[in-house]
Design a protein around this ligand. Sequence first.
Ligand code: SAH
Length: 368
Amino acid sequence: MADDLSPLGSEIRRLIAATGPMTVAEYMRRCLTDPKHGYYMTRDPLGARGDFTTAPEISQMFGELIGLWLASVWRQMGSPDNVRLIELGPGRATMMLDVLRAVKVVEGFSTAIMLHFVEISPTLQEVQQRRLEPLGVPMLWHKTLEEVPGGPCLILANEFIDALPVHQAIRRGNAWYERVIELSDDDTLHFGMAYDALPHFEAALPRELRQSPEGSVFEWRSDRVALEVGRRVREQGAALILDYGHTDVALGESLQAVVGHAYTDPLAAPGEADLTAHVDFEAIAQIAESIGALIHGPIQQRDLLIELGIEQRAAMLKANASPEKAAEIDLALSRLTAAGTTGMGELFKALAIASPALGALPGFEKSR
Ligand code: SAH
């Protein structure tokens, strides 16, 4: 008996029955972005009533500080008259609204901005358009970063990369096999292993991960986004990538599914749950560096926010706030900067990728 009745679940079962096991990456891609039933395509999953929340949804301080970071970097770029401000996966556009409000006071910057949003979900694009168009800033939407025209650019990505499909390989004997999703005799989905080993996989792994124990799992993503970001910023530009993940190469599986702020089985209801996996920041840094961009960090998100002045910003906001509002600000500050499982401060990292000509970037000075 099938354990779920989601339309995408039936479709994936049909596909596997017809063409054989599906890689984890292909499964994730379909679950999140299938044009008809993909998780992001049909809903706005963010906020208290949604499935998960993100830093910009927690507090306006997050986007405001990112805005000031962008303005400083724009000045380091020589204050170009035209700059493309590109955001990958803008969600409800909350961060961009806070960014734009914060940079209004920076002379020349707001008027230099042309906004570009890379968004695959028609539902979220509609939300973004509704919230941003009243501002009167020129803006365009694209399905991929490759479609955005060239020129000086500033790129933002908050909790975008974690939603990109991840491949998994598992070590058996002396070889690595790609992990796949298969169908059991009773028509349920379960994890399995490709029949043939991945050729030369061990040799391509970072040295410290070779000879790993039996059953180890290694995750990786396509190079595409990191290459494209690096290529764009190396001439004149910078990118800020914020997400959860690890700063050094590591083994282990991190694929997870979330519905209504709670974890669930990633195979239980395809298309109905948010699927994510940790971001391998070292892999992104290496790819971008290999084509001539300069890397800053990765550092902990909390360190970036504190360097950029989140504590002072919270104190300022509290000075004019009611006691209830002041308590909210304190709570938001703690959620954004605290370590451990209650806060986003430690698991979340920040990586900047920039043109080597720019030198040190705000918030990352200590990481150099
Ligand atoms: N940055 C926002 C939203 C994060 S959710 C925030 O921090 O609140 C992930 C976002 O990326 C959503 O807007 C989702 O629709 C978009 N997205 C996911 N996969 C995508 C893909 N392959 N291409 C473009 N956008 C994608």
